[in-house]
Design a protein. Structure first.
Length: 279
């Protein structure tokens, strides 16, 4: 049986879903509270974030009116769910959350998000037992001027590999924070369309480059097949003018557009003839 308090929570969630044009589901599993508070602060004013239990979300979605395909959100099952409500479009929401990343120290059994490199140079560690810890995780180290120095840049773990507890401890001592902390946005509903994470994760720079290339290819095609439109008309007119001018010069057709070139050509030929005849 649902308690009165839970009924009120369900009602509030339903009202928010019906009010906002864009709704997303987050998974806050393993999200440190400090980073979460920082992200919520950065999003304030643009995105409303509400942590909810799965069952309450399920109940709220059942009673939502006027939201086509909203029930699809029920298929996503985050470990620690939260809902976001906003008027930003789905891609803006995803990119905003993607940019709000922070770093943390690695823990044992974490998966390396990228190749983790310990760079050559001095560390803050004083000479002592710590040098043995570095060497045990295959970081070449030496003592110089009373401090431990890393001899050379070293990849201590590759992308996708498990970080051992021993390595995590050493990385923390070296103040290396390799783990990215970001809100995991699973899905966004907008105007009846459901966008999953894989669709929303667009490389903006590459996308813009593809559009520029497509524009260039389309413009070249229009010019080559002589198809006039707003983008190609100036180029086509210049091309037609130049072709007409070249034809006029070859045909020696006296016209205002080519007379200067014809006179110049005639003068050059006269000068050559004058030289040959030594006049």
């Amino acid at each position: 049986m649902v308690s009165e308090r839970k009924k009120q929570d369900v009602k509030r969630i339903r009202e928010l879903i019906e009010k906002y044009p864009v709704i997303g589901i987050l998974d806050l599993f393993k999200m440190p509270s400090r980073q979460l508070q920082s992200i919520r602060k950065d999003l304030r004013g643009n995105v409303l974030m509400k942590m909810c239990k799965k069952r309450l979300i399920k109940l709220a979605l059942k009673d939502v009116k006027g939201k086509k395909n909203i029930e699809i959100l029920d298929k996503f099952t985050p470990k620690e769910p939260a809902l976001i409500f906003t008027e930003m479009n789905a891609f803006e929401v995803f990119n905003t959350l993607k940019r709000n990343k922070s770093l943390r120290y690695a823990k044992g059994n974490d998966i390396a998000p990228n190749d983790i490199v310990v760079h050559a140079g001095p560390t803050s560690l004083m000479a002592g037992p710590a040098i043995g810890e570095l060497q045990r995780v295959k970081i070449p180290a030496m003592v110089k001027e009373g401090k431990i120095h890393v001899r050379q840049d070293t990849i201590v773990v590759k992308k996708g590999e498990v970080i051992s507890s021993q390595l995590a401890n050493v990385l923390k001592k070296l103040d290396v924070q390799p783990m990215e902390v970001a809100v995991n946005l699973l899905v966004v509903w907008e105007n009846g369309v459901v966008y999953e994470k894989e669709i929303l994760d667009v490389d903006e720079e590459l996308y813009a480059q593809n559009i520029r290339e497509a524009h260039t290819y389309a413009l070249n095609l229009c010019v080559n097949v002589c198809y006039p439109n707003k983008e190609s008309i100036k180029i086509l007119l210049r091309k037609a003018y130049q072709n007409g001018k070249n034809l006029g010069i070859k045909a020696k057709f006296l016209d205002r557009g080519v007379v200067k070139e014809l006179m110049g050509k005639a003068n050059s030929q006269a000068q050559m003839l004058k030289g040959m005849l030594k006049i």
